[in-house]
Write a protein that binds this ligand. Structure first.
Ligand SMILES: [Zn+2]
Length: 684
């Protein structure tokens, strides 16, 4: 039997000494060239399809680098200065303040943001949290503030620490985690998982697998089994999915202030985290049913709660398919983290497609362009963000305001992980010594490939706004390795050329594997044709998609300060232009009716005025479709008749439109009126 190596590629290369040097405390410098160890799954774990590269192996470039700068200069880089829950009195810094999940949530995003934006000030901020935690481990191995003994916030802190260890090489982290897991293994039988921790056990399993691959301690595997045993059985929920309707407030009625089990099972963020439960557990169990379970889970969520921004609705419990229902920001960033983990475990490009859809639509769509304000709940059909009780399942009147802590502060603490973890997951290692492009965005990756040769791949692109991607491969010396390129399911007739020679057999919804000897300066040109296409939603409505982007009606936005929190005010956004349009197009051939216009990339591509792509499409107003309780009312069943005049309307990327219609009624096309009027649309 093959012994699983401590380091999968470095050992093979005869660079063992060099690698050990890179791991030793003496090499604690923050150079990204010295730490490129990728740890494959040790037996008896199942091999994963892909292995994440250590944090800082991938650097953002172009618009993505700029996006991380916007984030660092926005709320993420300043939150501790203005919000006491993660301020200097946090119990996670030794104070008497917040002692639960908010400090760890903040750190889980701040660590990758600090290191991927190479920001000394932010690194110094992360160090305060890390040092307090590492320096205050109990004699018994316990960690975290004594005021709060809940297992759940410690699960988040472990995620933050694994990233910090990869970026810094800090030698304290691994023994710290080992002592904590030993402590938890002794304690859990006496004090089992409950509440949030019981429903989120899989997030600790990710960190425990990370540690097991580094130290090979079988006790860590036993702990993962105990977490699974005490944790909620998500697979069973989706084997017989009962929550097929919008949740109502009665779900909250429990005893003694604890949420009832039904409320935990329908909770949006729990469900987002749980997407990874079966794939992660499959790595331990090896059972085909665990491997397959996520597909049923996604089918159920899509069928009963799917909305056109890549998410399911949950505001804050799962809420049906009406596109005026919302989805919480925590669920958006946790879905992204889940898809990153699922793609690594299973290697199905479908999950890369999902990751991009959420990352490039739902994520930017719920932040102000400068990332100083965010929403709790965003709506695909979002006609006004105002203080008003909307038809949420259980949330309150502030839920769709843009602000510091609209509705509740969890998203304020947890939102920071979205962009940085996407950067860290764009590229992964393949078990056969290659590299896989899991998601696309401008970046540069440094890794060891083949028998341990250093390679840098530069990715030059304005994807997802443009269809072309240019890779330049620069190995230290010529080296044979497989380059696996995800071909999105929507990318029909995709083309790939290597040094000008076209590749054959490029199929959408697969990984195209290019195995050859790569030399310095080799170029790969990729094109994913982005023809506008239609997706179908509630009441036979349609959404327009192009590439990984979803497009929404551009609605004039009036931003009004609701409350002046000095640096981070809360905002209401109200519409200045009409929204109740239906589209005039043939869903079988939408491209024929849509004009695409591209403009130069802007400093804020996810803003109404800065969108680098616009679509123009014909539409008619649908007078009977009116606002109800501050949201777009129930969609009329499509196709819809309308005698309103034909207009041209502009669609912009969902992420750029902070007010928007995304799911549109489809207008009945009557051939006579169409022929006479189509050639001369009335201008708005
Ligand atoms: Zn939240």
């Amino acid at each position: 039997m093959r012994t699983r190596s401590f380091l999968c590629v470095g050992l093979l290369a005869g660079v063992y000494g060099q690698f050990l040097a890179s791991c030793s405390p003496a090499r604690h410098a923050e150079s990204r060239d010295t730490r490129q160890g990728v740890y494959s799954n040790r037996a008896p774990l199942q091999p994963a399809a892909l292995y994440p590269l250590p944090l800082t192996s991938i650097q953002p470039r172009g618009w993505l680098k700029r996006q991380l700068r916007i984030q660092a200069e926005g709320l993420s880089g300043h939150l501790d200065e203005i919000w006491s829950d993660v301020g200097p009195n946090s119990a996670w810094l030794g104070g008497t303040g917040e002692a639960w999940e908010r400090g760890p949530y903040f750190l889980d995003g701040l660590v990758p943001l600090a290191y991927l934006s190479d920001d000394a000030k932010l690194k110094a901020k992360t160090k305060r949290w890390v040092d307090w935690t590492l320096n205050h481990q109990g004699e018994d191995g316990s960690i975290g503030p004594l005021q709060n003994q809940d297992w759940w916030p410690r699960m988040i802190m472990l995620k933050a620490l694994t990233q910090y260890q990869e970026a810094s090489g800090d030698p304290r982290v691994i023994p710290f985690m080992r002592r904590y897991f030993a402590f938890q293994s002794r304690e859990l039988p006496k004090r089992p998982l409950q509440s949030w921790g019981r429903y989120r056990w899989q997030d600790e399993a990710v960190s425990a697998i990370w540690l097991y691959n580094r130290i090979g301690d079988p006790d860590v595997l036993s702990l993962i089994k105990l977490l699974h045993e005490q944790g909620y059985n998500w697979k069973q929920e989706f084997d017989h999915f009962e929550y097929t309707e919008k949740t109502d407030r009665s779900v909250l009625n429990g005893k003694g202030g604890e949420l009832p089990e039904k409320a935990m099972q329908t909770h949006g963020v729990n469900n987002a985290m749980a997407l990874k439960a079966s794939p992660v557990w499959f790595l331990v169990s090896g059972l085909s049913g665990d491997r397959a379970a996520v597909y049923q889970q996604i089918r159920d969520l899509d069928q009963y709660h799917g909305i056109p921004n890549g998410m399911f609705s949950a505001d804050e419990h799962i809420a049906g398919t009406d596109p005026s229902q919302g989805i919480e920001l925590c669920a958006v960033v946790e879905s992204m983290f889940s898809y990153e983990q699922i793609e690594a475990a299973l290697g199905d490009p479908l999950f890369g497609d999902r990751l991009e859809k959420v990352a490039f639509n739902a994520l930017p769509g719920t932040f102000s362009k400068d990332m100083w304000a965010h929403q709790y709940d965003q709506q695909p059909n979002q006609i006004a963000c105002t203080r008003r009780q909307r038809r949420w399942s259980t949330n309150g009147p502030d839920s769709n305001l843009y602000g510091l802590t609209p509705e509740f502060g969890c998203c304020t603490a947890n939102m920071h992980q979205g962009w940085p973890k996407l950067v860290a997951s764009l590229w992964m290692n393949t078990p056969d010594g290659g590299l896989a492009a899991v998601a696309y965005a401008p970046s540069e990756v440094d890794a060891r490939v083949g028998a341990g040769v250093q390679v840098r791949v530069s990715e030059d692109t304005e994807y997802p706004f443009r269809s072309s991607i240019h890779l330049e491969v620069n190995p230290a010396s010529p080296v044979s390795f497989p380059l696996k390129l995800r071909i999105p399911a929507w990318a029909e007739n995709a083309t790939i050329a290597i040094n000008g020679v076209s590749a054959t057999d490029v199929s959408s919804g697969t990984y195209k594997v290019i195995e050859r000897t790569w030399s310095k300066g080799d170029r790969v040109e990729i094109d994913f044709p982005m023809h506008p296409r239609v997706s179908h939603w509630e009441k036979h409505s349609v959404a327009i998609e192009r590439g990984p982007l979803v497009y929404s009606l551009q609605i004039g936005e009036n931003w009004t300060k609701l409350q002046d929190n000095a640096q981070a005010p809360d905002w209401e956004v109200t519409p200045t232009t009409p929204w109740n349009y239906g589209l005039v197009l043939n869903p079988a051939n939408p491209a024929a009716a849509i004009k695409v216009s591209e403009s130069a990339m802007n400093a804020y591509p996810f803003s109404e005025e800065g969108s680098p792509v616009e679509l123009v499409v014909r539409a008619r107003r649908v007078p009977e479709w009116q606002a109800v309780d501050g949201s777009a009312g129930p969609l009329p069943e499509s196709p819809v008749r309308s005698s309103s005049s034909l207009e041209e309307i502009t669609l912009i990327p969902y992420g750029a439109a902070k007010l928007r219609i995304t799911a549109f009624p489809l207008i009945v096309q009557e051939s006579s009126s169409l022929n006479s009027r189509e050639s001369q649309p009335d201008r708005k």
